[in-house]
Write a protein that binds this ligand. Structure first.
Ligand code: MG
Length: 599
C-alpha cells in the first residue's frame, strides 16, 4: 500500500450550528437526493500523488464539489447560504448583550434601519470562516461629520470590524473610512456611493486560530466594495480598538456577526452568509507502524463504519489505531459521509466513499447497519466477498443492508429482510440477520462466556473477561457448521458487577461470537468472524478489543502468531458516546471530519 500523507495534526474543532437557512437547506438536500452520491466518474488511478495530499493528479475518487444553486442575479443568496435578513423581519438577530432581547431596530420595506441609542444587534447564529454579503446605505440627509456621518460597522465575531461609514466626500481618517479594517487598514480605494444609495460589501473572512491562549493564525479579510477589491487577504492586527493598537485575545472558533449602533440611521438589506468549506478527506489512512517485526506489516485492513446507533464512527478509528500502531497493519477507515457537507454523518444511509480500498485489502472489519449504498459502491464490497476474502462483522453487521421497496439496487436481495435470498447478506453470509434484542436494550448488559469446546481457540488467547453495555442479540439462524467462541450471558443490570439474569433467557445462551466459512453464490470460499457485541462503549473492555485484534490475526493468516496477550491499548482520549439514535440533522450540524475521530 502506498504511504499517504495523513494530516493528523489538524485540531479537533466542533464547529457550531451555523449551517444554512432551513429552506435553503431543504432545497440543497433535494438536490443531493436527486444527484448524489456521484459515481466515481471520469478520472485517473495511475497518476502521481499531489504533494502533501492523498489525492492523485485528476484522481478518479476525489469527491466532486458539492452542487450549490447560485442566486438568480449576482448578489442574491445561493442555495447554501444562511439568510440573515429576508426583507421582512429581524428574527435572525437579537439585541447585543447578555439578555435575550429582540433586535430593537426598525424594519421598513425590504430593509432595516439602525435606531440610534437602541444598542447594537447580533446574529443568533455564529460563524467562523465565512463569506458575508451585506448591503447598506448611509442616511440621505447628511448630518454630522467625519466619524459621525452614517457610522455603523460589521463587527465579525463581535470583534473584528469592517467599517461602515458615509465616506462619500468625507475627509475622516483613512483607517476609519468605509471598508477599512477599522483602526488598521484603509481600503485600497474609496468606492463609496452617495448618501442614500446602496453600497454592497462582499467579505471573505477567515477566523483567527488559537492554540490555547496563543495565536497561531491571525484573522484575515478580503473585501469587495461595490464589486471592487478593496482589501486583499489582509491580516487583522488584532481586535477592533479605538485610538490604540488592537490586540488578539483567544476566543472560540465561531461567533456572531454584530452590526454596530453608532447613533446613525444606517440602513441594511440583503444580508446572507456562507460557511466556507475545506476539502475534507472522506476517509482516514493509517499506515502500519515502522517496526518491521510487527506481524501485520504489509497487510491492509479496511474498516468500514456506517451505523446510526452504535457509534462505529468512534470505535473503528480506535481499533484501526491499535491495529496499525501496535500490530503494523496498514489500515483505512471509511465512514458514512453526507455528500452535502462532506462530513461524517452516520444517519446518511447511502454513501460510504472509499470502498475501492477493498480491492487490494487483505481483510475487512465492518460495522454497518441498514445501508442502502449505490451499486457502484456495493460493487467493491461484492467483489471482495466473491473473492472469499476474510472479514470481521461487528454488532449490527448481521443486518448491514436495507434496500427499501422502490429501490432499484442490483443488490436488493442482500437486504436484511430479503425473501429471495432469505435474510440477505446477513443471514446467508454472516450467519444471522436482524432478529431481536434478546436482552433488554439499554438495561441488561452482556457478558461473554467461553464454551468448553472453544477454550483452546487461538482467537480467545488472553480473552477471559468480556463485558459490554450493549444487549445480547437474538441469534437463531446460525448454522451448526459455525464455531461459537462466546455465548452471550444476559446481565441483570448495566454494571460489570451485576449478576446474570435468572431464568430461560440464559438457558440456553445466545451465540455472541463465532467464526464460520462463507461462500457467495459462484464465489470463492472465505471465512469470517462475527460478534454481535460492538457498541463503541463495549470497546472500553480490553478483552473485547483483544478479541478483535486476535480475530484480525486469524483472518489474515497469522493465527500462529497470535500473542498470548495481544496488545490492545487504547488512548485515554477514547471516550465513546453511548449508543442511541440522533436527530436527522445532528451530524450535519457537528460537521465532524473523519480525521477528527482519530484520538
Ligand atoms: Mg463603526
Amino acid at each position: 500500500m502506498k504511504k499517504h500523507f495523513l494530516s493528523v495534526t489538524k485540531p479537533f474543532v466542533h464547529q457550531s450550528l451555523c449551517m444554512v437557512g432551513v429552506l435553503a437547506w431543504i432545497a440543497t438536500i433535494e438536490q443531493v437526493v436527486a444527484q448524489s452520491p456521484p459515481g466515481p466518474g471520469v478520472g485517473y488511478t495511475n497518476t502521481p500523488l499531489l504533494p502533501n495530499s492523498q489525492w492523485r493528479v485528476h484522481d478518479k475518487y476525489r469527491p466532486r464539489p458539492t452542487i450549490v444553486k447560485a442566486g438568480e442575479a449576482l448578489g442574491q443568496a445561493p442555495s447554501d447560504a444562511t439568510i440573515l435578513f429576508d426583507g421582512k423581519d429581524l428574527s435572525e438577530w437579537k439585541r447585543d448583550g447578555r439578555k435575550e432581547e429582540a433586535a430593537p431596530w426598525k424594519v421598513g420595506d425590504g430593509f432595516f434601519e439602525a435606531v440610534g441609542g437602541s444598542g447594537s444587534i447580533v446574529t443568533r447564529k455564529e460563524f467562523g470562516d465565512m463569506q458575508l454579503h451585506i448591503e447598506w446605505s448611509a442616511p440621505e440627509v447628511v448630518k454630522g461629520e467625519s466619524q459621525g456621518r452614517g457610522n455603523s460597522g460589521v463587527i465579525i465575531m463581535g470583534k473584528y470590524e469592517i467599517q461602515i461609514l458615509d465616506s462619500y466626500d468625507n475627509n475622516s481618517y483613512a483607517d476609519g473610512q468605509a471598508a477599512s479594517i477599522y483602526g488598521q487598514y484603509p481600503p485600497q480605494v474609496n468606492v463609496t456611493k452617495a448618501p442614500g444609495q446602496w453600497n454592497v460589501y462582499d467579505i471573505i473572512f477567515e477566523a483567527p486560530r488559537f492554540d490555547g491562549e496563543k495565536l497561531t493564525k491571525p484573522a484575515r479579510s478580503t473585501i469587495f466594495h461595490n464589486g471592487v477589491l478593496v482589501q486583499n487577504a489582509k491580516e487583522h492586527i488584532g481586535q477592533m480598538a479605538h485610538q490604540e493598537v488592537g490586540k488578539y485575545r483567544a476566543h472560540s472558533p465561531t461567533g456572531p456577526i454584530l452590526l454596530q449602533d453608532h447613533g446613525n440611521s444606517t440602513r441594511f438589506r440583503n444580508v446572507w452568509a456562507r460557511r466556507l468549506r475545506d476539502e475534507v478527506d472522506p476517509w482516514v489512512v493509517m499506515p502500519g507502524a515502522a517496526d518491521p517485526k510487527l506481524p501485520g506489516k504489509g497487510k491492509k485492513i479496511v474498516l468500514i463504519s456506517g451505523d446510526d446507533e452504535y457509534r462505529s464512527e468512534e470505535s473503528l478509528p480506535m481499533l484501526s489505531k491499535i491495529l496499525s500502531e501496535q500490530h503494523g497493519y496498514d489500515c483505512v477507515v471509511l465512514f458514512a459521509i453526507n455528500p452535502e457537507t462532506h462530513t461524517v454523518d452516520p444517519n446518511y444511509q447511502s454513501n460510504i466513499p472509499g470502498l475501492h480500498h477493498l480491492d487490494d485489502a487483505d481483510g475487512m472489519i465492518m460495522c454497518l447497519r441498514f445501508r442502502s449504498l449505490p451499486d457502484w459502491q456495493m460493487a467493491h464490497f461484492a467483489k471482495f466477498a466473491m473473492e472469499g476474502k476474510p472479514l470481521i462483522a461487528l454488532r449490527t453487521s448481521t443486518h448491514p443492508f436495507n434496500f427499501p421497496g422502490a429501490s432499484k439496487s442490483a443488490y436488493k436481495k442482500w437486504a436484511f429482510n430479503s425473501k429471495e435470498w432469505e435474510g440477505g447478506f446477513g443471514q446467508q453470509i454472516i450467519g444471522e440477520t436482524w432478529h431481536s434484542h434478546h436482552g433488554k436494550h439499554a438495561s441488561q448488559a452482556t457478558r461473554g462466556v467461553i464454551p468448553d469446546a472453544a477454550k483452546s481457540s487461538p482467537i480467545l488467547k488472553g480473552v477471559s473477561d468480556v463485558f459490554g453495555p450493549s444487549d445480547v442479540y437474538g441469534v437463531v439462524h446460525l448454522p451448526s457448521t459455525a464455531t461459537v467462541l462466546l455465548q452471550g450471558q444476559v446481565v441483570n443490570g448495566m454494571k460489570p458487577t451485576d449478576p446474570p439474569l435468572e431464568g430461560p433467557k440464559n438457558n440456553p445462551m445466545m451465540p455472541l461470537a463465532w467464526t464460520k466459512d462463507y461462500q457467495m453464490p459462484d464465489g470463492k470460499a472465505g471465512k469470517l468472524f462475527c460478534t454481535t457485541m460492538g457498541a463503541a462503549n463495549d470497546f472500553l473492555n480490553e478483552d473485547l478489543r483483544r478479541l478483535v485484534v486476535n480475530a484480525t490475526y486469524w483472518m489474515t493468516g497469522l493465527e500462529s502468531k497470535i500473542p498470548d496477550k495481544a496488545s490492545a491499548t487504547v488512548s485515554d482520549k477514547y471516550i465513546p458516546n453511548n449508543f442511541g439514535f440522533k436527530p436527522a440533522t445532528f451530524f450535519t450540524e457537528l460537521l465532524i471530519r473523519p480525521i477528527d475521530l482519530v484520538k
